[in-house]
Ligand binder design. Structure first.
Ligand code: S6P
Ligand code: ZN
Length: 187
């Protein structure tokens, strides 16, 4: 029997960086079609800001193994809509996931394949259990980076398709200085 070596790493709790992890950068240009206000999107695209970064420690896609990753989701809005991650189902749809809030303020939108949505507010110390079959997207509702850890089965995979097409049935916006979770008019 060949055993893998255990890993112990310290997450930088201020920046979310995991030493030695694979870094992925998502700029606004990679989120075309995701936000409702196209005019505001095109205006902001001139600067093409970084919306989020992911630091992932991933294993081969095998049943029973685990990946972990931090996400640093920057503050910002496109029109009224707060910056968010793309959001996805898992390719193996029954694979669950755990999130742990590290820094900043935000929340998670979750959605069943039928379009039933839930909003869970998140801050430092919040644990969110993402059950099998639920799509999930995080949203930064604060004014500093929202940083969290995700732990997920190594064979979960990402299925971005239907969310990229239709989004979630709810959107998270700022209205009169308040955070509101409202019906998505495009749904
Ligand atoms: C992976 C986990 C997270 C996200 C990351 C970026 O299952 O849910 O690491 O990949 O927050 O979000 P997205 O939707 O662009 O993959
Ligand atoms: Zn996931």
């Amino acid at each position: 029997m060949e055993y893998k070596n255990p890993i112990g790493v310290n997450i930088d709790l201020e920046t979310g960086v995991i030493p030695g992890a694979k870094k992925l950068v998502r700029r606004l240009s990679s989120l075309k079609g995701y936000f409702l206000d196209e005019e505001a999107y095109n205006e902001l695209l001139k600067d093409d800001p970084v919306v989020y970064e992911v630091y992932a420690v991933e294993q081969d896609e095998k049943d029973g193994d685990l990946n972990f990753a931090t996400t640093v989701l920057y503050p910002g809005k496109v029109g009224k809509e707060f910056f968010f991650t793309k959001g996805h189902f898992h390719s193996k749809a029954d694979r669950a996931e755990i999130y742990y809030g590290i820094k900043g303020k935000g929340g998670m939108l979750l959605q069943t394949p039928e379009g039933k949505a839930e909003w869970i507010p998140m801050g430092p110390g919040t644990v969110v259990y993402v059950p099998p079959y639920w799509a999930h997207r995080t949203v930064n509702t604060g004014d500093e980076p929202f940083i969290f850890l995700a732990v997920y089965p190594a064979d979960a995979g990402h299925d971005y398709g239907s969310i990229a097409e239709k989004g979630f049935s709810k959107i998270v916006i700022e209205e009169n200085g308040e955070v509101k979770v409202v019906d998505n008019p495009r749904w």
